[in-house]
Design a protein around this ligand. Sequence first.
Ligand SMILES: [Zn+2]
Length: 310
Amino acid sequence: MVDEKAVTEPIPSVRAVGFWAPVQRWASLHEPVGWPDPRALVHPGWERDRRAAIVRYLRKGSVVARYAGFSYCRFPGCTTPETAMGDADLSDGFACWPEGLAHYIEQHDVRLPEELVQRMEARSFAAPEPQRESLVVEHRWWLDWAAANTPAPVPAPDALSFEEAARLVERLRTPLFAPCLRDGHGRWRVGLDEARVEYLPPCSAADLRRYLLSRRRVPSDAYLSAAQANRISKEVFGSSRRRPQVSRTICLMRAPPDRWFIRSGTIQEEQPRLDELGWRFTLECFRDAQPQASALDEALRRGVAGTGCQ
Ligand SMILES: [Zn+2]
């Protein structure tokens, strides 16, 4: 028998908090851009009296997700082993945080949003109730708070103006991809849809294009075929051996209908299929690719706090 309640009841959502910009690798597509650097949130006197209760509360959240690897402390020189930073996300039904968050509060004086502490206080800092298994984690609240409470990043030397960036966003719109760009706290706030927001440091046209193309979706009736894509590639690259080649099949594996494989030299990657505009932009990025990391890579690796870290 179908459990009607289980089918019709909406999946509860919780607010992400305490997720940090990666320092060892570029953010994957699954990690929102704009997660802060905890070093920009160090306040030694924060919640001195209730700090221990906050740390205890954070350690007692219910496990809602567990990962195949351990987290790591973002503070250089910290000797806490990765196994102590945890491999899970915890929740109290209001927020969702990584298991290692308590470490940052206890050992590095990192502060958290007041609203979260008020929630803990309303529960007398008691252990939260066990949570349901399915939760939707919303990142917007944390990203907006982090942008408002950490120093603005240093713009790239060749950064576009906000107006130029907004024009580029406009050009890459499709019926399935209509991001909304706003100027916020010295960053560009990109509303990807009603629920998803990300923050970019002001960056060059090439970096903004690369970012937008990695998230852009194209209606299927606008997809190029592999043959069309390869004709355009030849037009842009001539017969260079670096010419990116598109294929729908690789090593006997067929790509799903909305994806294809791109090969350029020794690089081989799967990505969403594109329309002509998206493909021409991608080819330009291949053509202009520099061997060193781009300015956006650098800015994201430093975290949105830029050089203002404490
Ligand atoms: Zn640490």
